[in-house]
Design a protein around this ligand. Structure first.
Ligand code: SF4
Length: 381
């Protein structure tokens, strides 16, 4: 059993039509439901054009439900890019295999340098990111990187190529606690248009990755779509359906959602659709109302102004001080970035802004003691 079966019962066009025909009464019904009682049909109402006049109500309710569950906190993380080598061709990404760029895979010493630099920012949690190159940056390489990270950090997440269940089990044993794997778009034909070569062309294998993670017993799974590849409303709905399926099927795991969007000025890839700031706020609030438990993450792709506004409206996790190139913190600062970040504030500056707003920054995700692991000296200092 996997989400693929559920996915095949859903219709993209039917979803679009259902969202487009929602009325004010549907939105009001969704807003009147108690926390945790919203259906996927309610979610469609909340992301529909009919909900736009209710955005302020949605934002207030989303804020309230987030504070009830998470308090006045924002969890911080910094991505550490281990490699920009990739065997896939994705038309929207600078790391794409056909791009003639200098390739870099960090060695042990460079990984340690990067991790020390991130630790010095105050972080006690790290997100490893790579291109998708299973032969060169596969499980043995990742295990070595985890061993270096475990000496320094309480928890380790990763955003790398989808793997088999046995590989995830091996990496969980090595210290992995969360995996982010975005479907990019749930529209099969649009997916095929932008993924031209490599393993990533296998839509179904990617779609079933969260199932393999759930079966492997991972603590947290990150889902999402890359906004700009197809209709943002339909993609948001499919993410919501995926989330609902996962929450019910693998209820021991926690979940997070991210909202990366391709902006028209990034590279020469022209997005099919544009997700405006207002649209993004609408999606964030709708997800919060659908799921009181899900973590909602806003990265440094977004501008300082937008993040200052949006963090109160449902967001629980923010990246800070991010570098999107391998070695970007210390080892090789000039290597090619996957994308330009917009919010360049340091974690300390972001924490100060949050403090002024009555929020507290949380610098770790999961404490090693919960796993029965020895606590790294730095984590208790
Ligand atoms: S999006 Fe990921 S898989 Fe595609 S080219 Fe970029 S790094 Fe490789």
């Amino acid at each position: 059993m996997s989400f693929l079966k559920t996915y095949e019962q859903l219709s993209w066009e039917g979803t679009q039509e259902s969202i487009a025909t929602k009325q004010a009464s549907d939105v009001e019904r969704a807003l009147a439901r108690p926390a945790g009682a919203l259906t996927l049909d309610d979610f469609q109402a909340l992301i529909s054009p009919a909900a736009v006049p209710y955005l302020e109500n949605m934002a207030q309710l989303s804020h309230q439900r987030t504070v009830e569950r998470f308090g006045y906190t924002q969890q911080f993380f910094s991505p550490v890019y281990l490699s920009n080598v990739c065997s896939n061709v994705c038309t929207y990404c600078g790391f794409s295999a056909l791009n003639r760029i200098p390739r870099k895979i960090l060695n042990d010493e460079e990984i340690a340098q990067e991790l020390d630099a991130v630790k010095a920012l105050g972080m006690d949690h790290v997100l490893f990111v790579t291109g998708e190159a299973n032969r060169m940056v596969g499980v043995p390489y990742l295990k070595k990187a985890f061993a270096i990270a475990r000496e320094r950090f309480s928890s380790i997440s990763m955003e790398v190529q989808p793997l088999d269940q046995a590989d995830y089990e091996t990496l969980i044993e090595a210290g992995l606690s969360a995996v982010l794997v975005y479907q990019e778009t749930y529209h099969r034909a649009s997916y095929a248009e932008v993924h031209l070569r490599g393993m990533k062309q296998n839509f179904d294998y990617r779609l079933e990755t969260p199932d393999r993670l759930g079966r492997a017993g991972i603590k947290k799974i990150g889902l999402g779509a890359l906004y700009g590849l197809d209709d943002w409303r339909a993609d948001s709905f499919f993410v919501a359906a995926h989330l609902r399926y996962m929450e019910k099927t693998y209820w021991r795991s926690r979940y997070s959602l991210s909202f990366p969007r391709i902006r028209p000025h990034e590279g020469d890839f022209a997005p099919k659709t544009v997700l405006t700031d207002r649209d993004l706020i609408q999606i964030i609030c709708a997800y919060r109302l659908l799921s009181p438990e899900v973590e909602l993450s806003l990265s440094t792709r977004e501008s300082e102004v937008f993040r200052n506004h949006a963090y109160r409206l449902g967001i629980t996790t923010m990246s800070a001080g991010s570098k999107t190139n391998p070695g970007g913190y210390a080892a090789e600062k000039t290597s090619l970035k996957q994308f330009e970040i917009s919010d360049e504030r340091s974690p300390a500056e972001l924490a100060a802004m949050l403090r002024q707003g009555g929020y507290e920054a949380v610098w770790k995700d999961w404490d090693a003691t919960y796993d029965g692991r020895a606590v790294p000296a730095e984590a208790t200092a």
